[in-house]
Write a protein that binds this ligand. Structure first.
Ligand code: FE2
Length: 297
């Protein structure tokens, strides 16, 4: 738009140029609004407002409409974050070449990481262990193969690894998190993806683990995927995460009994947040699920 309008430039070139201009403005707005290290998700509404105020003047309306679509996804903003430490920190992994490791050895190693994550709060002790064990149990009830169940367990153990960046006091807070605190907490599932997707052989585990806050109706985060876009394993993990959290004390409530847990899960399925058929399987194996979720208690 603007000065390019009067030049004899092909329309697609004008549009590319305008798109780059918009992306550049977004980048500048992120840099200026997040300069006090605030979380980018806390600043997105303001940035979207600025871009839309320039729709039709600085920016082509169609490009702004496309921007609005991607800007509604947390994953879009979190993917722009300029943190590329993974490459350096993981470079040592490739030093000794690829090696086959037995599942039990992998699990021992993964248990170390999951214990570190769970130790961030007294309320989440053994949460990842419980989610991994329960996800495996549900997978078994649904006749998934041994390898699928192994991978489900690993995904459960690692689903919250992105919480290593979440301040500990958010997890202990007895009252509701502020909007800014919640935007920081929401970052953890995308961080889980960034960490796990760099490990060869864990590609599907990375996806399932990072989709544990997605909802069947697309209202979850960070990708807003719908039920038909989510793998069965990701949907099992979401149910297992919800179940295990309800079976444990939290700063704002005590641990719930199996009957109370299943009635909440049923409500979540009715509201198209959790998969109805998986909740049905949990309902049919309620006692076993409860025991599996509290593996170390
Ligand atoms: Fe989570």
């Amino acid at each position: 738009m603007g000065r390019l309008e009067n030049l004899n430039v092909p329309i697609n070139v004008k549009q590319f140029a305008n798109c780059i201009f918009l992306v550049d403005r977004v980048d500048i707005l992120i840099l200026t609004t997040c300069k006090n290290n605030t979380n980018v998700l806390f600043e997105t509404d303001g940035i979207i407002k600025v871009i839309n105020s320039l729709k039709g003047t600085w920016f082509n309306p169609e490009i702004v409409d496309s921007f609005n679509q991607v800007a509604s996804l947390e994953a879009f903003w979190l993917g722009l974050e300029n943190v590329d430490g993974n490459k350096e920190s993981l470079s040592w992994v490739s030093q000794s070449g690829l090696q086959k490791i037995a599942f039990d050895d992998v699990k021992q190693l993964i248990n170390i990481f999951s214990s570190i994550v769970d130790a961030k709060s007294s309320f989440t002790h053994d949460h990842s262990d419980g989610v991994g064990n329960l996800a495996r149990y549900i997978g078994g009830c649904m006749n998934l193969s041994d390898i699928q169940c192994d991978k489900l367990e690993i995904a459960g153990l690692l689903h919250d690894i992105g919480k290593l960046r979440t301040p500990d006091d958010y997890l202990e807070k007895p009252s509701k998190l502020s909007d800014e605190e919640f935007s920081m907490l929401k970052q953890h599932s995308f961080d889980t993806y960034k960490i796990l997707s760099t490990i060869e052989g864990l590609e599907d585990v990375a996806l399932w683990a990072s989709q544990h806050h997605e909802h069947i109706d697309g209202t979850g985060y960070p990708w807003h995927l719908k039920g038909n876009e989510l793998a069965l394993e990701a949907k099992i993990l979401a149910v297992a995460d919800c179940f295990q959290a309800l079976a444990q004390n939290r700063p704002y409530r005590v641990a719930l009994e199996p009957k109370e847990i299943i009635s909440i899960l049923r409500k979540e399925a009715k509201e198209s947040h959790l998969d109805e058929s998986i909740v049905g399987v949990v309902d049919a194996h309620l006692e076993g699920c409860w025991r599996a979720s509290l593996i170390n208690i």
